[in-house]
Design a protein around this ligand. Structure first.
Ligand code: 4NP
Length: 162
């Protein structure tokens, strides 16, 4: 099993959207028993809460499940448990690298979501908690998640085809 973790600040807007969209895409490609996905926040304000209303509304519109998802904080053990730790913005990346220590200099494991979309000028997934624009985030997240599947498939070809 390959384990993917999306990380944002509150774990109620961006990273849960990425988790739900990525899981949906994995199911469409029949990869859900090869690749597992979770999300977490660097902050602890929303622990145990379901995704933000804006994220839920958008996922409902696209018919994507977020059933059972609850906010949690990123843990130091997550560095060992996950193969890909994908940060929604530069502050999230800084904070997880600080938590994990120098071992997280490994850029194959810890990187920014927007690294999946190099043609985009923005280096961060904008935070809809402040912008209110959940649709913009959905566009980036759905394209980035599709690229992530391609990337994992090429990097882990043995695991995927076994
Ligand atoms: P997220 O958005 O990191 O995409 O979940 C935020 C959610 C909550 C807060 C900030 C950002 N907050 O300050 O409570």
């Amino acid at each position: 099993m390959i384990n993917v973790l999306f990380v944002c600040l509150g774990n109620i807007c961006r990273s849960p959207m990425a988790e739900a969209v990525f899981r949906h895409q994995l199911k469409e490609k029949h990869l859900e028993d090869r690749i597992a996905v979770d999300s977490a926040g660097t902050g602890d304000w929303h622990l145990g809460k379901p995704p933000h209303e804006g994220t839920r509304k958008l996922l409902d519109e696209y018919g994507i499940s977020y059933s059972g998802m609850r906010a949690r904080q990123v843990l130091i053990q997550d560095y060992q448990s996950f193969d890909y730790i994908i940060c929604m913005d530069s502050n999230n990346e800084r904070d997880v690298r600080q938590l994990f220590g120098s071992k997280s200099d490994n850029h194959a494991k810890v990187f920014k979501f927007m690294d999946l979309l190099p043609e985009q000028t923005s280096k961060d997934v904008p935070d809809p908690y402040y912008t209110g624009n959940f649709e913009e985030v959905y566009g980036l997240v759905s394209e980035g998640c599709a690229r992530l599947i391609e990337r994992i498939a090429s990097e882990q070809s043995k695991l995927i085809s076994e």
